[in-house]
Design a protein around this ligand. Structure first.
Ligand code: SIN
Length: 461
């Protein structure tokens, strides 16, 4: 298989990059399940940008830097925040229908989330990710230069020599048990994060860190892999696996309370329930450890039922289907692994340290998020860097286009062999997820990390 661009992943980063690169050449986009099985599709809150007149670029920059705990790259924060409003306009042109509000200076209804000092989160109620995913997918499906392949799993990057240096020329892709080299001049990892290495996560099942692992094996520089963000509020219910209760609920007045009905966030941070995510998740962890309870509660019952049904239709409906009327009762919640702030280190154009390889979206570590991503900055980062990477490819297109593709080896499975009992894979996965949750979770110690390392070494072996 051969194309100018090979894109791995069909979330906001992969689709945005595909649509722009299709202006330059042919694009193959592979995704390991269905095209909508992405973290983007599950995103509830929205996309942050300076849109209202009472907001400012400086304020969004400042909030991002505070949330990132002193570890953001200021130049990157500046660049992303400044570019935000233009990228939102572009999404609207593509067909994304953000909720409007005639009374706001931007014309949009803007939400607020933890760590934001202004209302600046453009949303489609609590289905923002789905709205964006579907608009981008519709465009990509109807673009004849884009071939979108579902149930195609990239398993390793295709590395070969070019002018005396190692370069990425695509990936080995498996479909129905057969591995085929997919050769390309430009390869982009847009394969999301690692939530599924944890027992509890808000992520979809596809978030198994494949892209990060492939980049690591190819020798790409990685950074900040310890900065796994835990979302404070995932629905706690025996029949629910990964249902998020958006931070926008706290933005609209939701209050975290213990089993004793007493609010506790003021004890931990003067910003109270709208403190940044790391602070809130740690506070809940502490409350749970001290009280021995299984969950805390998020109370939004101060709001009218009609408001809640309209603003949070998915959350309202899902909770009601589990017997929780959020206009009358508090929602049981626990923290869960949510977002990889680190990843494949990239420059300001989304390029990794491996020639020919870009990383975009959650797979990348651009320097925007620092130690803790500000809520709703991730969709923004994905569109800004997809745009920059495409602009870079456009600027250097004649040079990229002229690169000769060397002879490519067919797939060799090395020491891999078929396991006699498939169930062993599930057992190992279960051990990994429990070990990560118990020993590499929200609050960590050297002792626990060393224990985890020993257990992982056995599984790796
Ligand atoms: C949320 O809606 O709380 C998630 C938003 C995000 O992860 O940025």
């Amino acid at each position: 298989m051969e194309s100018d661009f090979l894109i791995i992943g069909s979330g906001i980063a992969g689709l945005s990059f595909a649509l722009k690169c299709a202006k330059l050449g042919t694009v193959i986009l592979v995704t390991k399940k269905r095209d909508v099985d992405t973290a983007t599709n599950l995103a509830q809150g929205g996309i942050a940008a300076v849109l209202n007149k009472d907001d400012s670029v400086d304020s969004h920059i400042n909030d991002t830097l505070i949330s990132g705990a002193g570890l953001c790259d200021k130049a990157i924060v500046n660049l992303v925040v400044t570019d935000g409003p233009d990228r939102i306009k572009e999404l609207v042109q593509i067909g994304v229908d953000f909720v409007k509000d005639e009374e706001s200076s931007s014309g949009y209804s803007l939400g607020k989330e933890g760590g934001h000092s202004h209302r600046r989160v453009a949303h489609a109620n609590d289905l923002t990710g789905r709205e964006i995913e579907h608009a981008l997918l519709d465009k990509a499906r109807s673009n004849e230069r884009i071939t979108l392949l579902e149930e195609h799993i990239a398993i390793d990057l295709l590395m070969a020599e070019s002018n005396g240096n190692g370069r990425c020329f695509g990936a080995y892709v498996m479909e129905g048990g057969v591995v085929t080299p997919y050769v390309a001049k430009v390869t982009a990892l847009c394969s999301g994060g690692v939530g599924k290495v944890y027992l509890y996560t808000t992520n979809p099942d596809i978030a198994t860190g494949d892209g990060l692992a492939m980049a690591f094996r190819a020798g790409a520089e990685m950074e900040n892999m310890e900065f796994v963000q835990f979302h404070p509020t995932c629905l706690y219910h025996p029949q629910e696996k990964n249902f998020l209760i958006s931070e926008a609920v706290r933005g609209e007045g939701g209050i975290l309370i213990g089993a004793d009905n007493v609010p506790f966030m003021e004890k931990y941070d003067p910003r109270g329930d709208l403190a940044t995510r790391d602070t809130v998740a740690r506070a809940i962890d502490k409350e749970l450890k001290e009280t021995g309870e299984d969950c805390v509660y998020l109370d939004i019952s101060s709001k009218e039922r009609t408001f809640l049904e309209k603003r949070f239709p998915t959350i309202f409906g899902r909770c009601l289907s589990r017997g929780i009327d959020i206009s009358k009762q508090p929602i049981p919640v626990v923290p869960a692994a949510h977002y990889m702030c680190g990843g494949v280190r990239t420059d300001k154009n989304g390029k990794s340290s491996v020639p020919g390889l870009f990383a975009l979206g959650e797979t990348a570590s651009t320097g925007l998020h620092g130690g803790n991503r500000l809520a709703s900055n991730s969709l923004l980062e994905a569109v800004v860097f997809a745009d920059r990477a495409a602009a870079y490819c456009s600027k250097h297109w004649s040079e990229i286009k002229s690169i000769e593709i060397p002879a490519i080896d067919s797939w060799k499975s090395g020491k891999a062999r078929k396991m006699s009992e498939e169930i062993l894979i599930n057992h190992n996965w279960d051990v990994i997820r429990r070990t990560m949750w118990n020993y590499v979770g929200i609050v960590r110690s050297r002792n626990r990390l060393e224990l985890a390392q020993k257990r992982m070494a056995v599984i790796y072996d």
